[in-house]
Write a protein that binds this ligand. Structure first.
Ligand code: NAP
Ligand code: MG
Length: 499
């Protein structure tokens, strides 16, 4: 790679956005942090500072929560019809679609991810999320409940929005995580304080502009940029927040649970993973190789569902290792804004340091580095796509979430599915898994035996707004997307009337 990382030109809309002063959205107004503090946002491919955003903290969270409370209790939002809510949520999808190219550029610049993927998956997925969730606004209903108590009764349930929601999101899919959080909460009629990750706040701020343009009333969505330890912690422990939704590391997820205990706010968590991709001997090997390589290298491996433990049956092990290494070699590495790039930098220096530490630990524990294993270039946070073979369950690289383009391959020789599942389930996580086979029975029996919230057959990293997504074990609490997510943003009230 050339020493100086070349940054492709930005479109005029993105250039204009970057040139604007960046402020936080509180009560329908763009404001600075009360402290006046800001922090720098960088392009992880060039390490250039591209923007400064407010460093919001507890004082700003207090204002944002108060605005969200007013909007929930007394604002026009509290009286809006479900159909009007549906139209607003839908229109946000339309505005994102209008500005799709700009948002994709912003995401590639801020996070480092390939712009082609950002346009298709991050932006495309966000549009679809708002459109799918819009429909729930008019479909949330309670039930009439037949009861057996003596006398005549009319008993029914109501579904009400849970109230003021705090949402804390990570840096791996900045816009899409905002969409996953905001869309169902808005459809349910909640009001929101959103805290984007410090590394990637820009697309959320652009989304804030679209939220105002769509016509959401003041205070319905508030966006506070800031650090997790200050702004995030203040939101998680706030006594006037009814629910907190968090996506990020398992470690911080546990802090969120503790912080939420003060007022017993509702909590949903999407946390880490160490997902297995299991290749059986009868798999279509070309598909399995391409699919398991993409399972780990997509988004530079910074996916909570990344297929980071690759289990290959002994009889296909060599072919799989060789094939995945070849796939790694085909990836074009470079600035995410280059439309032909498939692998960008990691999001930050901190993240690269973490990943490099894991690579070092893997070597020390005896893993064989078949390809990759090093940082790339001297500018930007690039790490080579890496295949570690001869790994085993005792190794740190196999047990812990690396969140980088590093796959640990293990072989199995069992034909007993329970034994294979035991292998795959040997982790404290349970977010996702993939099974690669042409045998229907093997595929569906494995889907039952794997202890994870999602299982993919002959694919990995699947997603759709209708697909309930979430984790078993330490991968989290609750489900996002699908009809299941609406449970998190509503309370059920039971009403009994003596007739
Ligand atoms: P993280 O610290 O868990 O960050 C996720 C979000 O939580 C960010 O908005 C962060 O704010 C905020 N946060 C941090 N500390 C907080 C606290 N005490 N109270 C409330 N909010 C807090 O993740 P990270 O440091 O960016 O990454 C570390 C590791 O987490 C990764 O290597 C990866 O293993 C895992 N991770 C998982 C996912 C996932 O999708 N499951 C996503 C990202 C990271 P700041 O960004 O401002 O600190
Ligand atoms: Mg952090």
């Amino acid at each position: 790679m050339a020493t100086a990382m070349y940054r492709p030109a930005l479109g005029s809309a993105t250039t204009a956005f970057l040139a604007r002063k960046h402020q936080m959205l509180i009560d329908g107004q763009w404001v600075d942090a009360r402290s006046g503090q800001t922090f720098a946002v960088e392009d992880p491919a060039t390490q250039e500072v591209i923007a400064h955003v407010p460093a919001g903290d507890k004082a700003d969270i207090d204002l944002a929560v108060a605005a969200a409370r007013r909007a929930f209790e007394t604002g026009p939002w509290s009286r809006i019809s479900p159909a009007a809510r549906q139209r607003l949520v839908w229109s946000l999808g339309d505005l994102i679609e209008r500005d799709a190219d700009e948002l994709a550029e912003l995401e590639a610049l801020d996070n480092g991810k390939p712009v082609t993927n950002a346009r298709r998956d991050d932006v495309g997925g966000s549009i679809e999320m708002f459109r799918y969730m819009a429909g729930w606004a008019t479909r949330l209903n309670g039930e009439q409940i037949p009861v057996s108590s003596p006398g005549d009764w009319h008993v029914y349930s109501l579904r009400e929005p849970v109230g003021v929601v705090g949402q804390i999101i990570p840096w791996n899919f900045p816009l899409m995580m905002a969409a996953w959080k905001l869309a169902p909460a808005l459809a349910a009629g909640c009001t929101i304080v959103l805290k984007p990750a410090e590394q990637t706040p820009l697309s959320a701020l652009r989304l804030g502009e679209l939220i105002l343009e769509a016509g959401f009333p003041d205070g319905v969505v508030n966006i506070v940029t800031g650090y997790g330890e200050t702004a995030g912690a203040a939101l998680a422990e706030h006594s006037d927040v009814d629910k907190i939704a968090f996506t990020g590391s398992t470690e911080v997820g546990k802090l969120i649970v503790k912080a939420a205990a003060g007022n017993l706010k509702r909590v949903s968590l999407e946390l880490g993973g160490k997902s297995p991709a299991i290749v059986f001997p009868d798999a279509d090997l070309d598909r399995a190789i391409a699919g398991t390589a993409s399972a780990i290298f997509y988004n530079q491996g910074q996916c909570c569902t990344a297929g980071s433990r690759l289990f290959a049956h002994q009889s296909v092990y060599d072919k799989i290792v060789e094939g995945v290494c070849q796939e790694a070699g085909k990836l074009k590495v470079g600035h995410g804004l280059d439309p032909s790039v498939n692998l960008g930098p990691l999001v930050s220096n901190e993240q690269r340091t973490r990943v490099v530490g894991f690579l070092e630990a893997g070597r020390q524990e005896g893993a064989e580095v078949v390809t990759g294993g090093k940082v790339m270039g001297d500018q930007g946070y690039f790490v080579e796509p890496t295949v570690l073979a001869r790994t085993d369950r005792t190794m740190k690289v196999v047990r812990e979430e690396i969140f980088g383009p590093v796959v640990c391959v293990q072989s199995f020789d069992d034909s007993d599915l329970d034994a294979v599942a035991k292998f795959a389930n040997d982790t404290e996580y349970g977010l996702s898994a993939s099974v690669w086979t042409r045998n229907l029975k093997v595929a569906h029996m494995m889907a039952r035996k794997i202890r994870a919230g999602t299982v993919c057959i002959n694919t990995h990293n699947y997603g759709d707004p209708a697909w309930p997504f979430g984790g078993y074990k330490q991968s989290g609490w609750g489900r996002e997307m699908g009809k299941e997510v609406m449970e998190h943003y509503t309370e059920t009230k039971a009403v009994a009337a003596r007739l």
